[in-house]
Design a protein around this ligand. Structure first.
Ligand code: C2G
Length: 130
């Protein structure tokens, strides 16, 4: 059983998120998504449109997502990797290099972001409509 892990806010879930998760899932038998809490988003200078529970529901509908757990801080990754016996951490390449310090614990892979879509773009569209 090989385990992949990834982290994010996944606000206003969109095809860029799905493409990332789909590619990440291909690196193992199960995919764990560590979802930023509303409180942690504030530390990331992000205010998500959707609350944690709704963002969690969205992710739990995806058949190749095995588990969704909360991301409460920047420091928990090492413990997450050990607790869940993670083989590979996958992130979009906007994070390129940022998690290399975890390489002794697991493989770290950065995948190209899907161009042309982001939660911020969707928020802009929503703002312009209202
Ligand atoms: N992503 C992508 N393509 C997009 C948008 C997002 O591949 N068009 C990827 C990001 O690179 C990230 C994941 O989807 O790997 C989730 O994106 P966000 O919800 O924006 O997550 P982020 O704020 O980057 O949080 O500790 C790490 C942070 O929690 C990551």
């Amino acid at each position: 059983m090989t385990t992949v892990i990834t982290y994010g806010t996944f606000d206003l879930f969109h095809f860029g998120h799905l493409e990332l998760l789909k590619r990440a899932a291909a690196y193992g038998d199960r995919l764990i998504v560590v979802l930023s809490t509303d409180e942690f988003n504030l530390q990331k200078n992000k205010i998500s449109r959707q609350p944690y529970d709704l963002r969690k529901q969205n992710l739990e509908c995806i058949k190749f997502v095995s588990l969704v757990i909360p991301e409460n801080n920047w420091e928990q990754k090492e413990n997450d990797i050990k607790t869940h016996h993670v083989n590979t951490l996958v992130m979009g390449d906007d994070w390129n290099g940022k998690f290399d310090y975890l390489m002794p614990l697991c493989k770290v892979i950065y995948l190209p972001r899907t161009p042309g879509i982001s939660s911020s773009i969707l928020k802009e569209i929503e703002n312009n409509k209202s």
